[in-house]
Design a protein around this ligand. Sequence first.
Ligand code: PHE
Ligand code: NA
Length: 512
Amino acid sequence: MSTNTEAWGSRVGLVLAMAGNAVGFGNFLRFPVQAVQNGGGAFIIPYLVSFLVLGIPLLMIEWASGRFGGQFGHHSTPFIMGSMDKRWIWKYVGVFGIFSNIAIAAYYCYIESWTISYIFHSLFGTFNGMDQHEVAGFFSNYLDVTTSTTGIPYEALIFFVLCLALNTWILSRGLSGGVEKVAKIGVPMLIIFGIFLAYRGITLKAGHEGAINNGTVGLNFLWTPDYSSLANPKVWLAAAGQIFFTLSVGMGSIQCYASYLKKRDDIALNAMSAGWMNEFVEIVLGSAVIIPISIGYLGIDRVVELTGIGGLGLGFRTMPFLFEQWGPVLSAIAGVSFFGLLFFAGITSSLAMGTPGMGFLMDEFNWSRPKAAFAFGTVVLLLGLPTIFFFNEGVFDEYDYWAGTVSLVVFALLEAILFSWVFGLKKGWREITEGADIKIPLIYRFIIKYITPVVLILVFTGALIRPVNDDWSNLNPRKWEFHNESIIGQLQHKGVGPNKTWFAGAFYAEAD
Ligand code: PHE
Ligand code: NA
């Protein structure tokens, strides 16, 4: 039995930690890009449907599984799943729920470290007076570790190590003493920054400071429903992929956080609060910052073209230049708000990626929390080095494809089967409703048992096997091919360069 008897400090803290886990780069960088690339308003219907039939059921499954396993002192998916069925296979399936977190952390923490650096550069006015090309070039130089933007050699590496040290330190302070405290500061801060930027975005006026469109042009582009692409499977796959990534389902981190609950604590209302908070931040704030501002200055066509090179491209290559149009003081404030928002969104997610592996080491080997935190930081550093030094070679994409896409869907499918069919939905439903502070519509019994697994199978097959040239009217399966490209970034091959995922474009293309 483990000596790991930690618990959450308060209900508000738990919900904010779970919301912080979910809210991340997915909301601000990935969502707008996915939406634009999938035709703006055409994306939103499949997205909302995916939220209802995949997102919400998986949230309930993961919260319930986590709290269930936690009763037996388990805080990582191999043992949480092992407590739901004794067959050895589930322990091995559960290993996914540790490794995908660590592998995602390897590239996620790298992006997080860019936000720290960009906060300083915005504050100190590095971008002042640079033209659009120079701002874009700055990012390329930054990523090329051996060159320096500031005279500090290996700047990108230094910020990466700093960022990991910060994560390690917070994790070593514990759940209520570290993670929960950061969430209580970080989530409100990012919402305040987000509201400020969204206000700037929406009230942007054509003719002011060089803007060519009102802020509302971008919003209309996103929110005018377009039913024509509803029959397009690519749009559905992209929407399902976004729901997975943004809610952090299929990763093992929600189960881990939920395993620190007590047997009779509510999960139904807590899960819905955290899940809907993520959706608010994504749909309201995530769509009101990058898109209206960039379309305001650059126009729809140019932004569609730029999103072809990935969300990071727009965020790090283009936004600092657009903020410059607001004059030196406001641009510093906007830059710090934007990268500060990204930083808080990022760190509350990377902390969530650390906890499953640490829970495992603490439960099974009786490691102390600081020792486990240090192990996490070290492993992420080692795994992260290839992304830094071989960014060009697509190591980033490899991580994102295997850890950030394939493994999530496989894991989610298996855990949905375990929950409804092996553990049994009767018991499962009892777990979900035990201690519940809200009544969950009964239709969810049916959805969890049948709809969710079937849709997951469809998404998985669709992600791996697709028709040649994506011609879905070709129904001869022998003309289909195995597809080594993530759900996450499939539409990006329309864009510039050999980018496979949403990350890749940050590097390949020159935005000038
Ligand atoms: N959901 C986070 C986002 O939207 C990403 C994440 C992945 C968080 C894995 C935790 C674990 O950016
Ligand atoms: Na998210």
